[in-house]
Ligand binder design. Structure first.
Ligand code: SF4
Length: 496
């Protein structure tokens, strides 16, 4: 726990929970608003959070079984409880033991959980935006308030990706850049909306678990797949109802009659040629520029991507469907005697398949993943021999969680973790003005393993002692999460 300085000049207390070393007046808080001077004591403002299994076997809330009342955050006794790092305070410098090291007995196994609010200078946020809308080129700068906070990175299947934060923006630029980057990451991680602009691209509003807003339009659907995949999925359903389908897509535009799917279904060649670079039969790259038109292109009139219609293969009366990868844009044409496409009302059988493309699109959402390196000095708050902790995590003898939520640990050196902020309790994150993000982190393991690692066994307290003597708030455990302490794994490891 943060220690008070001996120097208390004129009612000032020095907080030494981070390198900023705020001097805080009575009744005031420090620069990060996490600590305050109340009654001459340095106090962590927020309660420490525990995760509790608050449902009985029938799935009803234990305390409010017959009530519509929302959970009020009070502790329930006698239900499985896990201490998170949220509100737990930070020890600085890190060589001091973590603020809480608690023991519990679970299924006859002595376990230890070491919790802390880690201060992460090396951290970033990866954002996945489910849309084929064009947001900007790779690796365009992403800005908030004119300052660069990250860049557009490699697009994934049906999603645009952003890399935000990182030590270079936090500490390698101007003070303003660092502060705005830290604040943007903090709001993203706490599930708040952040408006950003992309150089040469769009204005985007990102919020974890919500649809993206791109150039003031809220996205609704993630594409069903690229143009080629759309043809692959729906080709049989178009058979006999149309002679040609062109699926307009910023990445791979597909022409059904040329595509392998069309060949297998014996679609005849139609002589309708599209622009762009042919990759493989029926698959075309770069049919248009990126934009806010059909399928993430800048096309608003789909006929613009048709280069020519060869009279050697085409015929009057040929039925042509043009559609985007979300089904949001579509048009039906029939070739006239001069082989010109004339738009006509879409037959019901064709419309059903277009609607089905939309039905198969998942909702467009923003996913925000916090990524940080816990492989530095933070480990020294857990054990005097930090590399043993890294090895223990690698061998799955120690489980790492953030606010009780499961994390992914990257292979290789250090403890570099990735966690979905939507899985964490609300307002799990804080900051310090160094600038750096503050995030909860917990290490859970058997007590036997903890002693073997060189842990601070003399600082272990029973969890019940913390619950009875500290300001604690309860949040319900999410049922789709593994319980943060894996007793089965501990028993397996012990037996092996
Ligand atoms: S910024 Fe916060 S943690 Fe750091 S010294 Fe000031 S009050 Fe303490």
């Amino acid at each position: 726990m943060a220690e008070e300085s001996n120097r208390k000049n004129e009612g000032l207390i020095r907080c030494d929970a981070c390198p900023v070393l705020c001097r805080i007046r009575e009744g005031k808080t420090g620069a990060c608003d996490r600590y305050g001077n109340f009654g001459g004591k340095l106090v962590r403002i927020d309660p420490i959070v525990v995760v509790q299994k608050i449902k009985n076997e029938a799935g009803d809330l234990v305390k409010f079984t017959n009530s519509d009342q929302a959970w009020d955050g009070s502790i329930i006794n006698h239900v499985p409880t896990f201490l998170t790092g949220i509100g737990s305070t930070t020890t600085y410098p890190d060589y001091k033991p973590a603020p809480f090291i608690v023991s519990t007995k679970q299924e006859g196994v002595d376990t230890v959980t070491v919790v802390s609010e880690g201060v992460f200078s090396y951290c970033g946020v990866k954002v996945k935006i489910d849309t084929d809308a064009y947001i900007g080129p790779e690796p365009a700068a992403i800005r908030v308030g004119g300052e660069q906070i990250g860049h557009v990175t490699t697009a994934e299947y049906g999603s645009q990706m952003l890399a935000i934060g990182g030590v270079r923006h936090l500490t390698g630029g101007s003070k303003k850049e660092g502060n705005i980057t830290c604040n943007s990451m903090l709001r993203l991680c706490n599930k708040e909306p952040v408006a950003m602009t992309i150089d040469g691209g769009a204005k985007v509003v990102v919020q974890a678990g919500k649809p993206p807003i791109i150039n003031e339009i809220q996205e609704e659907r993630m594409r069903v797949g690229c143009g080629s995949a759309t043809v692959g999925i729906f080709a049989p359903q178009w058979h006999h109802h149309v002679d040609e389908v062109i699926v307009v897509d910023d990445h791979i535009t597909a022409v059904l009659s040329e595509h392998q799917a069309g060949k297998f279904l014996d679609f005849s060649a139609t002589g309708i040629r599209v622009r762009g670079r042919r990759s493989t039969p029926g698959r075309y790259f770069q049919v248009a520029d990126h934009g806010a038109g059909w399928g993430g292109t800048n096309i608003t009139n789909p006929l613009e991507i048709i280069e020519n219609i060869e009279d050697k293969h085409a015929w009057p009366g040929l039925r042509l469907l043009m559609v985007s990868t979300t089904g949001q844009d579509s048009a039906y044409y029939v070739l006239d005697n001069g082989l010109q496409p004339i738009e006509q009302e879409m037959p019901e059988a064709v419309k059903i398949v277009v609607d089905r493309i939309g039905e198969n699109c998942e909702p467009a959402l923003c996913s925000v993943m916090f990524m940080a390196g816990a492989g530095g000095s933070l480990r020294a708050g857990v054990t005097v021999n930090p590399v043993r902790l890294t090895r223990s995590v690698r061998k799955a003898l120690t489980r790492v969680t953030c606010g009780g939520a499961p994390v992914y640990i990257w292979p290789g050196g250090g403890i570099t973790l990735l966690v979905d902020v939507s899985e964490m309790p609300d307002n799990s994150f804080g900051y310090v003005p160094t600038p750096a993000l503050v995030a909860p982190i917990e290490f859970s393991l058997s007590r036997e393993e903890y002693i073997r690692l060189g842990g601070y066994d003399d600082r272990v307290r029973p969890l019940t002692d913390v619950i009875e003597n500290e300001k604690v708030r309860s949040v319900p455990w999410q049922e789709d999460h593994p319980w943060p302490i894996d007793v089965t794994q501990i028993k397996t490891n012990k037996g092996s």
